[in-house]
Design a protein around this ligand. Structure first.
Ligand SMILES: Nc1ncnc2c1ncn2[C@@H]1O[C@H](COP(=O)(O)OP(=O)(O)O)[C@@H](O)[C@H]1O
Ligand SMILES: [Mg+2]
Length: 366
């Protein structure tokens, strides 16, 4: 039997992307096939470098090709990625180099929203994605501290009308914070009206370059300020952070309704401070109750992206500017955060692949 590209392609059409529920050939993920002597080389591009199923898909590719070509051939599969893009006219205008924008929201303050936003951003960057993070929490901008950034962003350009800001960078994540524009003495009542203007400026006047994911840490709550912000940003989707207790879950539902009202896809729910494992005894304590987030996500009909236990190291990581996924990448919490980031990336791919193709409307007589 002669082994040719068509035969290899046929074998690969039996490999499914379990998230997207389609085979990798029809998803156009097979980018290259080379057959030289008894060596087969295949390049497969997934929809994100943070694919939770990368290793499984790779193994399946090898297995399916092996089934057809037998043992004589060596098979090499290289996994790459091309991140899918959220197609949206307002986004093309404001953030042309940014493929996806994600809001991290919570109905209630203090649930660990900023901690989660920072660790998700760093996790995606660790997996090889290009990532930006905007601290939009007008009540308590905390991200520069959590990423160990002490500088102020620099401007380029002489003309103040066209000058651009260079984002700061930490652990491979580009960063801007509303704290750079609003100092601590600004009264809270002024911050609301300033917020959407500042966020617009962050979208248009910052040299983000090409980004796969731009994450926004929103102010907690579901009031007018939050509503205005989610309408100001062309959002690919939102994730909601909650703790397992009832009060936080009630507020998480409010956050879900806010996003539904403005037609923003909710990519999923993350439960933080889920439980505590005592380091001396290994005993598990469910301080805020247990399993509430997962159950609530099921009831709300949104994906559950995962849970993160309470660990003092997570707080220390925030206070010392070294997120836990960097400080202690092999601990249980870091592994869980990496998994949550990959689940979120998968939900973004699912959202983009399933998004209806909207024809561009040309306005002839504006
Ligand atoms: N899983 C966790 N384990 C331990 N401490 C946490 C965890 N998540 C957050 N924290 C800590 O709780 C506090 C509040 O978190 P933060 O991310 O600032 O919340 P939010 O942005 O929702 O107000 C911070 O001191 C943070 O370090
Ligand atoms: Mg915060």
């Amino acid at each position: 039997m002669e082994v040719n590209k068509d035969l290899v392609l046929k074998a690969l059409s039996n490999v499914q992307d379990p998230d997207l529920r389609r085979d990798i050939v029809s998803l156009n993920m097979v980018k290259d096939i080379k057959i030289e002597n008894k060596n087969i080389f295949v390049k497969v591009n997934l929809t994100t470098p943070a694919c939770p199923l990368k290793d499984n898909i790779k193994t399946e590719c090898v297995n399916e090709i092996r089934k057809i070509v037998g043992d004589e051939y060596s098979i090499q599969v290289e996994m790459g990625s091309t991140v899918t893009s959220h197609i949206n006219e307002m986004k093309e205008k404001l953030l042309p180099g940014v493929k996806n924008t994600i809001a991290v929201a919570s109905g209630k303050g203090g649930v660990g929203k900023s901690t989660v936003a920072v660790n998700l951003a760093v996790a995606l960057a660790k997996d090889g994605a290009s990532v930006g993070l905007i601290d939009a929490d007008i009540y308590g901008p905390s991200i520069p501290l959590m990423l160990g950034v002490k500088d102020q962003p620099q401007m380029v350009g002489e003309n103040p009308n066209t000058a651009k800001l260079i984002p700061l960078e930490s652990y491979g994540v580009k960063l801007m914070s509303i704290g750079f524009l609003i100092d601590n003495d600004t009264p809270v009542i002024w911050r609301g009206p300033m917020a959407s203007g500042a966020i617009k400026q962050f979208m248009t006047d910052v040299l983000w370059g090409d980004l796969d994911y731009l994450i926004f840490d929103l102010p907690p709550g579901t009031g007018d300020i939050q509503l205005t912000l989610v309408q100001t940003i062309p959002l690919t989707g939102a994730v909601i952070v909650t703790t397992p207790q009832d009060v936080a879950l009630i507020d998480a539902r409010k956050a879900l309704r806010m996003f539904q009202r403005v037609n923003v896809t909710v990519l999923g729910l993350i439960e933080n401070m889920s439980y505590f494992i005592a380091p001396d005894t290994g005993k598990r304590y469910e301080i805020f109750g247990s399993g509430g987030g997962k159950k609530a996500a099921e009831e709300m009909g949104i994906p559950f992206l995962g849970d993160i236990p309470i660990n003092p190291l997570i707080r220390v990581g925030g206070d010392t500017g070294k997120p836990i996924v960097i400080a202690d990448p092999n601990c249980e919490e870091s592994k869980k955060i990496m998994e949550i980031a990959r689940n979120m990336a998968a939900q973004i791919s699912i959202r983009n692949i399933n998004a209806p193709v909207i024809p561009k409307i040309e306005i002839l007589n504006p």
